[in-house]
Design a protein around this ligand. Structure first.
Ligand SMILES: *Cc1c(COP(=O)(O)O)cnc(C)c1O
Length: 396
C-alpha cells in the first residue's frame, strides 16, 4: 500500500506544477481526428495534429484496416518471435524498406520503442554515440540504455559536432554513431544533414536520423529528409503515427545486419506485442497513397507558406523556416496558456508548449499545417490569432 506521506508528496508536486502554470490538460474529442474536430459539442478548427497529409480519417485507410481485420483478425496476442508475425508484417517491413531505400526494416509498437531499442544492441562500451542536444526524448532514453560513451553537440552546431567527433576519435572509440532528428519537432527546423553526413564520412562515423516529422511529406515521394537533402544516411527511424495515417507504430530501416541483429536483441521488439493487423494493413495502403500524393504535399507546402506569411504580417514572432511545424513564440508559460484559451474561445484548437518540453521562457503555441486545411480555415484562424493576440497582450 502506498503510504499517505507518499501520496501527499505526489499531490504537492502536482500542486507545484499547477502553480507554475505548467499543468497539461487533455481535451476530449468525440469525432474522428481531422482538420475539424468535435469537442464538448463544439466544432473546433484543429491546428495541432501531426496529421500532415490529412490521412488520419481517410476512408481508404479505414477500409484497408477493416479488410485486414476481416482477413487477419483483431489482435496478435503474441510478440513477433513467438507467434506474432503475419504475412502482413513481413509485407509492411519490405514495403517500408523499399520506400526508404534501405535493405530492410523492422516494426515496433511505436517510434518511441524503436529509438528506445536501437542503440543498446548495436553499440557497447568501446563505441561512442554523438547526439544533437534537441533530439527527441526517445533518442535520449535509448542512448541512456546503451553502454557506448555519450557525446552531445549543441543543436545543429556543426563546429561542435566536429569537436565531439574529434573527442570520440581521440577517446579511442571503435565505432561512432551520430544520432539526430531529421526535423526538430519543437522548432520545425531541419537538421543540417549535408554537413552531418560530410563530417561523418570525414571521421569514419555512421549516421542515424529519426525522421518522424518528415517521412511522407518531405523529399521526393515523401521519402524524408535524406531524400530532401539528396544525402544517404545509415539508419532511419520513423513512425506510422504522423503522416503515414496517424495510428500507431514505429520502425527502424537500415542495412541487413543491423535489422537482423535488432530482431534478435532489441528489447522493445522482443518483449512487446506485435502490431495488430488493422494497423499493418492500413499502413500498407497509406504507403501506396503517400507515394503518389504530390497533390497533398503541394497543398501542405502552400498552406504552410500562407500561414507563415499571415502570422508574420499580423506581427507574431515565429521561428524562421519552411516546415509545416510553425511555432508562435510567446515567452512565459501562463501567457501561452491564456493565449491558447483565447483561441479556444474562438473555435481554434492549438497546444501551448512550455517547460519542461521547451526551455523556460520559450513557451510557444506550436501550430502545425496539414493538407486537409482549406484556405478558408486558415483565414478564419488568422483573424482569430490576431484578435486573441491583442486580447492577451501577445501582440502589442
Ligand atoms: C513523435 C516522435 C516520436 C515518437 O513516435 P511514436 O511512434 O508516437 O512513439 C519519436 N521521435 C520523434 C522525433 C517524434 O516526433
Amino acid at each position: 500500500m502506498a503510504d499517505q506521506a507518499f501520496l501527499t508528496h505526489l499531490s504537492e508536486t502536482l500542486a507545484g506544477i499547477s502553480a507554475e502554470g505548467l499543468m497539461k490538460r487533455e481535451r476530449l474529442i468525440s469525432s474522428a481526428q481531422g482538420a475539424h474536430v468535435q469537442i464538448g459539442g463544439r466544432r473546433m478548427l484543429n491546428l495541432c495534429a501531426n496529421n500532415y497529409l490529412g490521412l488520419a480519417d481517410d476512408p481508404r485507410l479505414v477500409t484497408a484496416a477493416k479488410a485486414a481485420m476481416d482477413g487477419h483478425g483483431y489482435g496478435m496476442a503474441s510478440v513477433r518471435f513467438i507467434c506474432g508475425t503475419q504475412d502482413l508484417h513481413w509485407q509492411l517491413e519490405t514495403r517500408l524498406a523499399r520506400f526508404l531505400g534501405t535493405d530492410d526494416s523492422i516494426l515496433f509498437a511505436a517510434c518511441f520503442d524503436a529509438n528506445g531499442g536501437l542503440f543498446e544492441p548495436l553499440l557497447d562500451a568501446q563505441d561512442a554515440v554523438i547526439s544533437d542536444s534537441l533530439n527527441h526524448a526517445s533518442i535520449i532514453d535509448g542512448i541512456r540504455l546503451c553502454k557506448a560513451r555519450r557525446f552531445r553537440f549543441q543543436n545543429n552546431d556543426m563546429a561542435d559536432l566536429e569537436a565531439q567527433l574529434i573527442a570520440a576519435r581521440e577517446g579511442g572509440a571503435r565505432f561512432i554513431l551520430i544520432a539526430t532528428d531529421g526535423v526538430f519537432s519543437m522548432d520545425g527546423t531541419l537538421a543540417n544533414l549535408p554537413e552531418v553526413t560530410r563530417l561523418a564520412a570525414k571521421y569514419g562515423a555512421m549516421t542515424m536520423v529519426d525522421d518522424c516529422h518528415a517521412t511522407g511529406f518531405m523529399g521526393p515521394q515523401g521519402r524524408g529528409t535524406p531524400a530532401h537533402h539528396g544525402v544517404k544516411v545509415d539508419i532511419l527511424t520513423g513512425t506510422l503515427g504522423k503522416a503515414l495515417g496517424g495510428a500507431l507504430g514505429g520502425y527502424i530501416a537500415g542495412p541487413q545486419p543491423v535489422i537482423d541483429l535488432l530482431r534478435q536483441r532489441a528489447r522493445p521488439y522482443l518483449f512487446s506485442n506485435a502490431l495488430p493487423p488493422a494497423i499493418v494493413g492500413a499502413a500498407l495502403a497509406a504507403l501506396d497513397i503517400v507515394e503518389g500524393a504530390d497533390d497533398l504535399r503541394a497543398r501542405l507546402i502552400e498552406n504552410a507558406r500562407h500561414w507563415r506569411a499571415g502570422l508574420t504580417a499580423a506581427g507574431f514572432r515565429l521561428l524562421p523556416g519552411s516546415h509545416p511545424i510553425i511555432p508562435v513564440m510567446v515567452g512565459e508559460a501562463p501567457l501561452a496558456q491564456s493565449f491558447a484559451a483565447a483561441l479556444d474561445a474562438r473555435g481554434i484548437m492549438v497546444s501551448a508548449f512550455f517547460f519542461p518540453v521547451v526551455p523556460r521562457g520559450q513557451a510557444r503555441i506550436r501550430t502545425q499545417m496539414n493538407a486537409a486545411l482549406t484556405r478558408e480555415d486558415l483565414d478564419f484562424a488568422l483573424t482569430a490569432f490576431a484578435e486573441a493576440g491583442r486580447e492577451t497582450g501577445v501582440l502589442a
